[in-house]
Design a protein around this ligand. Structure first.
Ligand code: ADP
Ligand code: MG
Length: 478
């Protein structure tokens, strides 16, 4: 049984309770006003954008939005917590319930959420920069977080990995978090317990702290499951504790025994009034929700007739989905447009280690490129191997002009192609006979001849049709 606590750092311009910039990678301790540092007498002021972002996520996960926002102090001592307490939410989280669906090879699975709440991040201790000293960077202190807590509905490392992937995709679509696990924008704690099939009560859990990559989430959970099962089978007992995962050695080790809520001496934050969340505000946010990945998925499969798998790749990141959406709109054949996205465009991105926004061609340009093949003006091969790379090098040029300059316009003038067809058939009268005797595969030979004599410029489907027609006509004439 696995329940995840996922922390998403919100991509607001400023911190949760002050105007310090919320920015990754700045010089250490630059974004540290008296509020971030918790100077006595300094007062927090709520960033409204954070509440809006939390509501967006709550609506997308079909959670119940609380009528009022209240904060609580969570007291504990730690070097990277300047105030000696963290402003969090305790009894009334902003979102209650809701769920997130994950897609697994065996089908979809619904993972229920317990709650989503708002809290501030702590600073960052750096223990590995100097041999005998720990350093502290408080730029992160006070950055807004959403904590998303699931029911223990996940049952494998693989499912947990899919779940965090789904959250990452969702927050990116919602535009509330960049989902970047390497930079710590998305982190997670995994609670793991095991029990026999007959058992109905939950087993004793351990909590693996601060997993910071998708694969570590999976590997740490798999390790912990095996460790607990082995322990129980030897007749031992799992101790409820907080553990850390060492990905170099692939094992977990204990950090501390588990704290209980009373250890934190929660009490209502006296420096912040409760904020009433009006229904009208929630409806406004609802009316302006960005499109969600699963909505696009069904649009692509229903309207564009893409397979689940094709559509799944296209909606993986909002940037790719946005590009494809624009391309499909400008294109007569969305299905062909999808093939171009999944083929040449994806390859280009991979080869250049590039993101979608670095792709040099605008969707309109890409659409006019593809239309050359749809209209039969050039062959798909010429388009992909010659015109596409040329256009990428000169993104402002006109694809048709390039096709003309490179002499790749396909011959679709029937009279012109007919001359080549007749010549090819005349050249091999014995092959024509063999065809009439049943060797239908010989059409390929004549195709090759026509392509050779036209320099590859004959529209292949047209040439094929004309060859077959002419062969059949000669049979009747015999
Ligand atoms: P805390 O705040 O002390 O970490 P919670 O009761 O809020 O504890 O639970 C946190 C997470 O732990 C949730 O995701 C929940 O699903 C999960 N969880 C609770 N009990 C178990 C258990 N026995 N096995 C696995 N996961 C559990
Ligand atoms: Mg916890």
């Amino acid at each position: 049984m696995i329940g995840l606590e996922v922390h998403a750092q919100l991509s607001t311009e400023s911190k949760l309770f002050c105007s310090d910039p919320n920015q990754f990678g700045a010089e250490p301790n630059k974004h540290t006003s008296i509020i971030s540092l918790g100077h006595p007498g300094s007062l927090p002021r709520l960033n409204g954008k954070v509440v809006e972002y939390a509501i967006r996520l709550g609506l997308a996960t079909q959670s119940e939005i609380a009528p009022a926002l209240t904060f609580a102090r969570k007291n504990y001592f730690y070097t990277d917590l300047p105030k000696g307490y963290q402003i969090s939410q305790h009894e009334d989280p902003i979102c209650l319930g809701g769920h997130i669906n994950i897609r697994m090879p065996g089908g979809n699975k619904k993972i229920r959420l317990i709650r989503i709440h708002i809290e501030e991040d702590a600073g960052k201790s750096l223990h590995d920069q100097q041999p005998d000293t720990s350093l502290i960077d408080l730029n992160r202190a006070g950055v807004p977080l959403l904590e998303i807590v699931s029911e223990p509905d996940l049952s494998s490392g693989e499912e947990a990995q899919a779940y965090i992937g789904e959250i990452r995709r969702l927050v990116r679509y919602l535009g509330i978090c960049d989902g970047n696990m390497e930079e710590g924008s998305l982190r997670c704690d995994a609670n793991v317990s095991v029990r026999t099939r007959q058992e109905t009560r939950l087993g004793t859990r351990t909590e693996i702290k601060n997993l910071n990559s998708m694969s570590n989430v999976r590997k740490a959970i798999e390790y912990e499951i095996d460790r607990q099962i082995a322990l129980l089978e030897e007749g031992g007992r799992v101790v409820q504790q907080t553990v850390s995962y060492d990905d170099q050695r692939n094992l977990t080790f204990p950090l501390r025994s588990k704290e209980e809520a009373e250890d934190y001496r929660y009490f209502p934050e006296p420096d912040l009034n409760p904020l009433l969340i009006e229904k009208k505000w929630v409806s406004e946010i609802d009316a302006n929700m960005p499109v969600l990945p699963w909505e696009l998925l069904s649009r692509y499969t229903d309207d564009y007739h893409l397979s689940e798998q094709e559509a799944g790749i296209l909606v993986e990141s909002p940037d790719i989905a946005r590009y494809f959406g624009a391309l499909a709109e400008h294109s007569d054949e969305p299905k062909t447009a999808a093939n171009w996205m999944l083929g040449p465009v994806k390859s280009w991105l991979n080869e250049n280690h590039a993101q979608m926004d670095e792709f040099p061609l605008l969707p309109e340009k890409m659409a006019s490129l593809i239309s050359l093949a749809i209209d039969g003006k050039v062959s798909y091969t010429a388009l992909q191997q010659k015109i596409f790379p040329e256009l990428i090098g000169h993104p402002d040029s006109d694809p048709l002009l390039i096709a003309r300059q490179m002499d790749l316009i396909q011959e679709s003038d029937t009279d012109a192609i007919m001359k080549h067809v007749l010549a090819a058939l005349d050249r091999y009268p014995e092959k024509v006979m063999e065809f009439h005797n049943g060797k239908k595969g010989l059409v390929g030979l004549f195709m090759g001849e026509v392509m050779k004599s036209t320099g590859g410029k004959a529209d292949p489907s047209l040439a094929n049709k004309m060859i077959v027609q002419e062969l059949n006509k000669r049979k009747k004439d015999e």
